[in-house]
Design a protein around this ligand. Sequence first.
Ligand code: SAH
Length: 212
Amino acid sequence: MTLAERQMQFLFALRSKGVTDGRVLTAMEKTDRAMFVKGHFADRAYEDMPLPIACGQTISQPSVVGLMTQALQVNPRDKVLEVGTGSGYQAAILSHLARRVYTVDRHKPLIDDARATFQALDITNLTAFTADGSHGLPEQAPFDRILVTAAAEDPPGPLLAQLKVGGIMVLPVGQSDSVQSLIRVTRNDTGFEYEELRPVRFVPLLEGLGKD
Ligand code: SAH
């Protein structure tokens, strides 16, 4: 299969799973997933499945990345926070849609790798930090959009507090590894509105920094 054919098949798979937003599809077309998948899994980068990365974590399934990005309704002037950098793939896609993106992960080796990848791809509006994202990123708050790619029991209070009025946060919530739902939280003048979007499965949002 040629690269162009593989790319077409990848985009077709995304569309058939409900990723229909043209801006999101273009951002995903610009972001080569193989750059974020290291070693012997790299040749499976265009399949619609999660794959293992360093520190026992995973790069999410492309269709789930697409659906979450679509649900976030990012505008070109937005300042966005992602919690759970992992490989950096989701953050790179967001960088094509937003003015400024910050991403944090509790594992320093993942942040070191992701930074190198962002540099290789010449992405300059995206900054990655090693931090416990359950506290958000107070230095850069408030945010227009927040995307969390690890599951908490409930939306963390600091993240709700760091969302602008009119802002949107998309995150998986659930009490166990197996039963989680993706929810969208919209902040309005008087409080927060919650919508349940679909069942998902993510690694847990853990407290503190990784030990590696
Ligand atoms: N968005 C990633 C996939 C995320 S996997 C991608 O595109 O590849 C979930 C990530 O959340 C893991 O890397 C894990 O280390 C991170 N994570 C879990 N709890 C965290 C926390 N409290 N703060 C920051 N990152 C966290």
